[in-house]
Ligand binder design. Structure first.
Ligand SMILES: [Zn+2]
Length: 304
């Protein structure tokens, strides 16, 4: 190799390195981001009137939910995210107004999904953002606080520690080495997730005044706050580490009703730990999530 071509190669290498380090927020090039969007933590949502198709305000609140998701997507792209996947993680999974997103965004819709709300997480992602998240079912504060299903589950714990949907999703992403960098939701939801996984950036969309009441900011204020919070997260993206739980994983699930615990305990993989509760062991959080998902999704009359 001649001295000239070696020098040229060094110059090209230097340019490539400069290209990586000169990005606006110092984040690595080619960031792939998963934005998971729930609805209970969206500014203004307080009751079923906003949260499902039967509610008189649902149509408007789909707009607000979409606006908050879009704020996160736009800020992430402006900060250097090159690939964004949005997961519609509320209710029927068909809430987000997909035509409002940029054409290079892909959106996960409807259920079931093998990895539940965290689908299609894998090791190719670099960061996860939670929008519109809520507190867990045993939190005495938090608007519409529940864990996965208010109708069926009263507690989900991993290795003895009670989980929120946020900390569970963070642990599934953490299995693949992907950190959660930012969340939005009410004050109770943010406090819970931060306590579990660390001091991520957060946008407080409302203060919980009760299960069905809140002191909320407006949709526009919330979108603005989410924008600045996502910017702040990308500005220190190297601070965030994946949330990893110890493996193998012991999962405790308590049900609202008696029969799910009784019938699941027919299977040797489930230990009956109480009248309403079972325990299972999983190799890792992926297996833990697939089993949890099965427990919630399976019915022998599933169609088609
Ligand atoms: Zn929801």
């Amino acid at each position: 190799m001649s001295r000239v071509s070696a020098r040229a190669l060094i110059a090209v290498a230097a340019l490539m390195v400069a290209g990586l380090v000169a990005r606006p927020s110092g984040q690595p090039a080619g960031m792939k981001v998963l934005v998971l969007v729930d609805m209970e933590g969206v500014a203004g949502t307080v009751t079923a009137d906003q949260l499902g198709p039967a509610g008189f305000e649902y149509g408007r609140f789909r707009e607000f939910m979409t606006r908050e998701a879009l704020a996160a997507v736009t800020a992430a792209k402006a900060a250097g995210a090159t690939e964004v996947v949005v997961g519609d993680a509320h209710g029927n999974g068909e809430n987000l107004l997909i035509e409002q997103f940029p054409p290079d965004v892909r959106i996960v819709r409807s259920w079931p999904r093998r990895l539940g709300m965290v689908a299609p997480i894998d090791a190719t992602f670099n960061a996860v953002i939670f929008i519109g998240f809520h507190a867990s079912t045993n939190n005495p504060a938090g608007v519409r606080a529940h864990t996965f299903s208010s109708a069926t589950l009263t507690r989900v714990a991993v290795n003895g520690a009670e989980m929120t949907e946020g900390s569970w999703a963070a642990a599934v992403a953490g299995h693949y080495g992907v950190p959660v960098i930012m969340m939005s939701g009410d004050d109770a939801a943010i406090a819970e997730v931060r306590k579990a996984i660390g001091n991520i950036e957060a946008a407080e969309t409302k203060r919980s005044l009760g299960f069905h009441s809140a002191l909320t900011i407006t949709p526009q204020a919330s979108a603005d706050l989410i924008t600045s919070s996502v910017q702040a997260a990308f500005a220190r993206v190297k601070d965030f580490t994946p949330y990893k739980v110890q493996t193998p994983v012991t999962v405790d699930v308590s049900f609202k009703h008696y029969m799910p615990a009784e019938v699941l305990a027919y299977l040797p993989m489930f230990e009956r730990t109480g009248s309403h509760s079972i325990r299972y062991r999983a190799r890792d959080m992926i297996e833990a999530e697939v089993i949890r998902n099965f427990i919630e999704e399976y019915r022998p009359d599933l169609t088609p």
